[in-house]
Write a protein that binds this ligand. Structure first.
Ligand SMILES: Cc1cc2nc3c(=O)[nH]c(=O)nc-3n(C[C@H](O)[C@H](O)[C@H](O)COP(=O)(O)OP(=O)(O)OC[C@H]3O[C@@H](n4cnc5c(N)ncnc54)[C@H](O)[C@@H]3O)c2cc1C
Length: 512
């Protein structure tokens, strides 16, 4: 998974005088992960005359799927919906491993020539909009030389993901410095960490912990998943039998489109059922867990959360691998709280001790909005918490700006594809009408709700800094693919926005 092997660097333009110029592109995308590569594909297809560049802070394509390299790294949603709408997922497994997802993203970039439009090691630090020029000035820092670089663009599209790449979330556990073993964080997995035959404690109960535990348990002496409180864990087949049948009978693209819709609708149905009939869903999940765990297992202690299903993200495990590891005695779950690390492991508040050679802190991510950059409009710093999210992809008062944030209750790419399509619709509309700028205007809505309706720790820790959502469409976030298809693919393009004609921008410039 060498980030450099498939990289073709988009060369900076040199000025006649020999120094690099402030380069201008119609569209600048920030981030070369799933969202950035997908958005670039849509731009190329739908707005082929537009120039664009992707600025990527790291050295490689792939974002999440290049950064995370812990054992067993995989998706927890199916690849028929986590894959791009335009590129069928052809591999056998629906729940795929990280390296396969990474090569899928890279392949998409390479076979469409998108890799030639990426400037790597460019960390974007600031973007300033000028209404007079109807342009963004984007400032970046070269991560290899520290040199500042500048670009201008007509449209800025943030595809920077949702979390801090620089550091994960690590609570300040007492006594950590006393521990004589190894402490690892999944975001920065040490390549040479040898866990064979070792006693491993994984702290956490989220998607990363439930992925790591069965994988480590294949060769560790024993793995303990130490959780403060349980999470809903649901088993799901790693392969999709219906998809396999359809793929055998139908043309590839048709089969993919059908399975994508099937799985998107299934995710919506499960989410809605969880919200409307939580008791029924709880009972189904409990029964399914009991079936896969040893007789007499304390299911309610370790797998019965105090909240309702989908109040926090549900953990999906392929073919019940976590339950199998517990059943086979290779892994166990402890629900307790950390009192302190000791020299040899972890002492719990119950007084029990967990001996460990390695402790993995699968304690989560730090949310980071718009890649941590500073945003300015006409000289004023934009306070994100004072903005309202428009259609879940633009911000009130911020012109010519999109931000891809995928679903929290379904595959990220379902929404990312729709956002990319919508940006192209808007750009074409502006071309046709001679508009230079479009700005969402939240005058008719009340910023009534938090941006994300999820009680997970990483969300609640950062909600105060995020934009709000309004009390009605198009300011209300749906987290629902069908509703978003209606809104973004088929809905009006000019609702609650102010368009600035290109001539008005020209006039403002000439007066100034
Ligand atoms: C371990 C893990 C497993 C996941 N599994 C799933 C799953 O199964 N299903 C699902 O739907 N979602 C999953 N997610 C969420 C996942 O992040 C998305 O699926 C998807 O990969 C996001 O793609 P992205 O391109 O929007 O963001 P990212 O993958 O985060 O990529 C963002 C890119 O932007 C770059 N960038 C950020 N800020 C800047 C800046 N200021 N300047 C320049 N470049 C910048 C980063 O370097 C990175 O390359 C998972 C997340 C994690 C961490």
């Amino acid at each position: 998974m060498d980030g450099q092997t498939s990289r073709i660097e988009a060369e900076p333009e040199e000025s006649g005088a020999g120094g690099p110029e402030v380069e201008h592109f119609d569209v600048l995308l920030v981030g070369a992960g799933l969202s950035g590569i997908g958005a670039a594909w849509h731009l190329q297809q739908r707005c082929p005359h537009r120039t664009f560049l992707i600025l990527e802070g790291r050295e490689a394509i792939g974002g999440t799927w290049d950064l995370f390299r812990y054992p067993g790294i995989r998706s927890d949603s199916d690849m028929f919906t986590l894959g791009f709408a335009f590129k069928p997922w052809l591999e056998a497994k629906a729940i795929a491993d990280g390296p396969s997802i990474l090569s899928y993203v890279r392949q998409t970039a390479e076979e469409n020539g998108i890799d030639r439009h990426i400037r790597f090691r460019h960390r974007v630090t600031k973007a300033s909009w000028s209404s007079e020029d109807a342009r963004w000035t984007v400032e970046a820092e070269r991560t290899d030389t520290g040199k500042p670089v500048r670009f201008t663009c007509g449209w800025l599209h943030m595809c920077s993901g949702y979390y801090d790449y620089a550091q994960g979330y690590l609570p300040d556990f007492a006594g950590m410095d006393r521990f004589r073993g190894t402490i690892a964080h999944p975001q920065f997995w040490p390549e040479d960490l040898d866990y064979r035959g070792k006693r491993v404690v994984v702290i956490g109960s989220g998607a990363t912990a439930v992925t790591l535990v069965p994988s480590l348990a294949e060769s560790a002496a024993h793995v303990t998943m130490l959780q403060r409180s349980p999470t809903y864990v649901a088993s799901r087949p790693a392969s999709d039998a219906i998809a396999d049948r359809l793929r055998a009978w139908l043309p590839t693209k048709l089969a993919y489109a059908i399975v994508r819709w099937k799985n998107a609708l299934q995710a919506i149905a499960i989410f809605n059922l969880s919200r409307r009939r939580p008791e029924m869903m709880k009972s189904m999940l409990r029964k399914a867990a009991i079936k896969q765990l040893p007789d007499g297992y304390a299911v309610d202690t370790h797998f019965k959360p105090s909240y309702n299903p989908w109040d926090q993200r549900m953990c999906l495990i392929p073919d019940g691998d976590l339950f199998t590891a517990v059943r086979d005695g290779r892994a166990s779950v402890v629900t307790d709280q950390i009192d302190t690390f000791t020299e040899t492991g972890i002492r719990l508040k119950s007084g029990d001790e967990l001996a460990a050679d390695i402790v993995v802190s699968a304690t989560g991510l730090n949310l980071l909005a718009i890649g941590g950059m500073q945003l300015e409009v006409d000289g004023s710093v934009v306070d994100l918490s004072k903005t309202v999210s428009y259609k879940g992809m633009m911000l009130s008062g911020v012109p010519n700006f999109a931000w891809t944030i995928g679903y929290t209750n379904a595959s990220w790419t379902l929404k990312a594809d729709l956002v990319a399509e919508y940006v192209c619709r808007l750009l074409k509309h502006m071309d046709a009408k001679g508009y230079a700028a479009v700005t969402p205007d939240a005058a008719g809505t009340t910023a009534a709700n938090p941006f994300l309706d999820l009680a997970s720790g990483y969300v609640t820790r950062s909600l105060a800094e995020l934009p709000k959502q309004g009390d009605r469409a198009p300011w209300r976030l749906h987290q629902n693919y069908v509703k978003d298809v209606r809104l973004l693919r088929r809905g009006p393009i000019d609702d609650d926005v102010v368009f600035t004609p290109a001539v008005a921008a020209d006039r403002a410039r000439s007066i100034a």
